[in-house]
Design a protein around this ligand. Structure first.
Ligand SMILES: *Cc1c(COP(=O)(O)O)cnc(C)c1O
Length: 422
């Protein structure tokens, strides 16, 4: 039998990949806890939790058991006209921990669709109220997904040249910082005066794909307040930050002004099944609630509120709220603090930062986002048994909460060794 890595090449087309320059895919045969196991017989610590999903470890038995039971009970059913316990129980559990103004929950399939739904809701909200607002505000370097609306609001569209003529209208603001906040607020106010802005989308506290760039709550708050004053709906894209990554259940918990809409996915289902969720206020829902059918929200995906995905999400939520996981989050944060003190003194490290379980450092060299040096770093980490995906010259860690002290120390050590070797 040929190896997976050879059989792969016949039919498969991989995401975010230029196949000519990056032909080989590594065959992964199994995963458990923090480890990925390859067909070559190697094991890798999954130090980015497979794109921030498997926060309670791969193939988590508690979640698997719940989903297996649900599978025998109800696998899938249309969510228009029908409802079911997994969706209701998940909604009830989420309502207990989401910001209190989040009162209505709309399911979809992934992070991009959660964003797509939020953008459409924001635009139709104003439309239903008789106002045509057709522009979205977003932050430079933000990332919100790869479908058209989500791609349009994303500021990292270096590889989206073919589509730019088809983007929805977006105006971008720089990431708020200590240095630019006054000027930024002024610029935003002028924009709000002159344009019909429907919504403002932002990644609260951390711009993930931009390279884990931090935004302080005190700089987001005045911006959100300004949006509110102009009737602009605020959309917190918590697809990456949600479910404990920043130390609180949601990054928005650390910001005074709660968003009108929130987008959730990734760790929502703990990596077991794909699902997206857009949550919103009662006021937004009410703008669609009408005798007129056309005022309803006519958006739906076939797998909306899939009972298995809902069950995985409820089980994941239960785990998140346990003392063990909450202690793990604090423990990882403390270890990041100690590591960061070391890295701040390292001559090859430029900026470094952390919040919650997210750690990032920038190498003091310039390099391309998908360039050669980045690939070298990636290979060196894999060679050491650690799966990390540097974003340009940014090396970041976002480990599963269940990573042990020894395993996390190994991740740190491999970063130090790889930096010293280049
Ligand atoms: C990953 C991500 C998305 C897109 O989610 P997909 O499930 O990959 O479509 C959107 N927003 C943020 C902040 C993300 O990190």
């Amino acid at each position: 039998m040929k190896k997976l890595s050879e059989r792969d090449q016949r039919y498969l087309w991989h995401p975010l990949t230029q196949h000519k320059t990056h032909p080989g895919m590594l065959g992964i045969t199994s995963a458990k806890g923090v480890f990925l196991h390859s067909e070559e017989g190697h094991s890798y610590i999954d130090a980015i939790a497979s794109w921030y999903t498997c926060m309670y470890g791969h193939c988590n038995d508690f979640i698997i058991d719940r989903v297996q039971d649900q599978m025998r009970q109800l696998d899938q059913v249309v969510f228009s006209g029908f409802t079911h316990k997994p969706a209701i129980e998940l909604a009830e559990a989420l309502a207990k921990i989401l910001p209190a103004n989040q009162q209505k929950f709309f399911f979809s399939d992934n992070g991009s669709t959660a964003v797509e739904v939020a953008i459409k809701m924001a635009i139709q909200y104003h439309f239903n109220k008789g106002e045509k607002r057709n522009i979205m505000l977003a932050l430079e370097e933000g990332f919100h997904g790869d479908t058209f609306g989500a791609m349009s609001v994303s500021g990292l569209s270096v590889y989206n040249g073919a589509f730019e003529d088809f983007f929805i209208k977006v105006i971008r603001l720089p990431r708020p910082t200590e240095d630019n906040i006054e000027e930024l607020l002024h610029k935003a106010e002028v924009l709000l005066e002159e344009n019909a802005i429907a919504g403002f989308i932002y990644e609260p506290l951390v711009q993930g794909a931009a390279g884990m760039k931090l935004i302080e709550a005190c700089h987001l708050d005045p911006l959100l307040e300004l949006m509110r004053n102009y009737g602009v709906l605020t959309i917190a894209d918590e697809v990456m930050t949600g479910f404990g990554k920043t130390g609180s259940n949601f990054a928005s918990d650390q910001i005074k002004h709660h968003p009108d809409l929130m987008c959730l996915s990734k760790a929502l289902t703990a990596g077991l099944l794909p699902m997206g969720l857009t949550t919103c206020t009662r006021e937004i829902f009410d703008a669609f609630y009408s005798e007129e059918i056309s005022k309803g929200f006519f958006h739906g995906h076939t797998y909306t509120a899939n009972p298995l995905a809902c069950t995985a999400a409820s089980a994941a939520l239960e785990l998140l709220l346990t003392d063990e996981i909450q202690t793990d989050i604090c423990r990882i944060n403390q270890m990041h603090a100690d590591f960061d003190a070391r890295m701040k003194r390292h001559p090859k490290v430029g900026n470094s930062r952390y919040t919650g379980v997210i750690y990032a450092l920038d190498l003091a060299v310039s390099m391309q986002r998908y360039g050669k040096l980045r690939d070298t770093l990636y290979k060196k980490f894999m060679h050491k048994g650690v799966f990390l995906r540097p974003l340009g010259n940014t090396i970041y860690i976002l480990p599963p909460y269940i990573i042990t002290d020894d395993q996390l120390s190994k991740v740190y050590q491999s970063i130090e060794e790889v930096i010293d070797s280049i």
